[in-house]
Design a protein around this ligand. Structure first.
Ligand SMILES: [Zn+2]
Ligand SMILES: [Zn+2]
Length: 182
């Protein structure tokens, strides 16, 4: 997802509009899963003399893994992106708090994928959910409860298997005592 800005680079103030589309691999999302985003980016690039300033709007979808049921799902995203592309980002004078992200301009070409990826990572939910009321996995058998209930006992109060053994043992002792006395 690249745009060639060589035409405007030499004339500060000169701009160009663009629209590009493509896939944006998201190497590591917050839940550690691989994700692929498919985006269309539309915007304008303006020459700053040192590079270009890009103001764009990206629309697309990102494939994510649900943090509850571990199923994959797609999330639609709409992002406003602002960035500066310069030949040598490290040699650029350091601002206290740069207002926009800075990316490398290579041979007069801006890689908008870098910019979109950056923005996606900033906007991803900490715990992605396939739906607000995702039921998740059964903690006992691991079945995806969105696909139906399992036969496991759900939370509730009652005598557990261990509790039953315990009661049996206590009853045995009680009976033993009684038998002993009589
Ligand atoms: Zn889910
Ligand atoms: Zn279960």
């Amino acid at each position: 997802m690249k745009i060639d800005v060589t035409e405007i680079l030499k004339t500060p103030g000169e701009g160009m509009s663009f629209q590009v589309g493509g896939e944006v691999p998201i190497p590591e999302t917050m839940d550690g899963a691989q994700a692929v985003g498919s985006f269309v980016v539309r915007g304008v690039a303006t020459s700053t003399g040192l590079g270009v300033y890009v103001d764009a709007h990206a629309v697309g979808t990102v494939e994510l893994t649900c943090s509850r049921c571990l199923g994959s799902f797609t999330k639609e995203m709409e992002l406003d992106c602002e960035a500066e592309f310069v030949e040598d980002p490290d040699g650029r004078p350091q601002e206290e708090e740069p207002e926009v992200s800075v990316f490398a301009l290579e041979g007069g070409v801006c890689d908008l994928g870098e910019m979109v990826r950056h923005e996606v990572l900033l906007n991803l939910p900490m715990k992605p959910l396939c739906s607000e009321d995702c039921k998740g996995l059964c903690p006992v058998c691991g079945k995806n409860l969105n696909e139906g209930d399992c036969d496991c006992e759900k939370t509730g109060f009652g005598v557990t298997a261990f509790g039953r053994k315990l009661l049996d043992a206590l009853n045995e002792t009680e009976r033993g005592k009684k038998n002993g006395r009589s």
